[in-house]
Design a protein around this ligand. Sequence first.
Ligand code: F6R
Length: 235
Amino acid sequence: MKLHIVKTKDELAQKAYDVLIDVIKSSDEVTLGLATGSSPEGIYEIFRAEKPDVSHVTTVNLDEYVGLAADHDQSYAYFMDQHLFNHLPFKATHLPNGLATDQAAECARYDEILAANTPDLQLLGIGTNGHIAFNEPGTSFELTTNVAELAPETVEANSRYFDSPADVPTHAFSMGIKSIMQAKKILLIASGEGKAEAIKGMIEGPVTNEMPASILQNHPDVTVIVDAEAGSLLK
Ligand code: F6R
């Protein structure tokens, strides 16, 4: 793993953007795996300002809440539209369909999309409990796309975006760890002291499915960019 510790969130976003742009410019056919949440917001802001050519870039997102329509203002499809897809003309963009009624068929459909579009780079955030996508502690490393039950701490963390706790989705379609590990390159970003334990476990702890992100120790090309707070517990 290559680790960069930066001072500010702005610096983090710029450094991550630079890594993404190198991949975007590396070929005339590129697939990017993208993430939602607060961590990548600064990166997408730079995309909106810089407007790089992405007409040759296909995107695949990590996850989508079960039960939310693409136009629901808390769905990840909506998040991606607002932050990125409405602003830049990507070649194609993919997310799981939160409203799919046949969940097994939806997971299979997404696996087919991933098989045809292996990310050249997968962007990841990390949960305070070490989850990547919605692969919560205890999840098998062997899963491909699956319906994940969100851990109580994840529901709690996500509740900041919803009016009432009862509205917070409890399940999500999520790329599995096995799918994530297929990406040629992985870029994980984290900021704030709430992520410090997870960053320490991911980098210095044993590889265990109790700390899902620790599997990244087994991937040949991982870059981690954290701010000082998220990196504060590292030796
Ligand atoms: C989002 C995702 C999640 C988040 C993680 C961190 O697509 O898959 O794993 O990356 O929950 O969320 P933030 O960035 O909001 O702290």
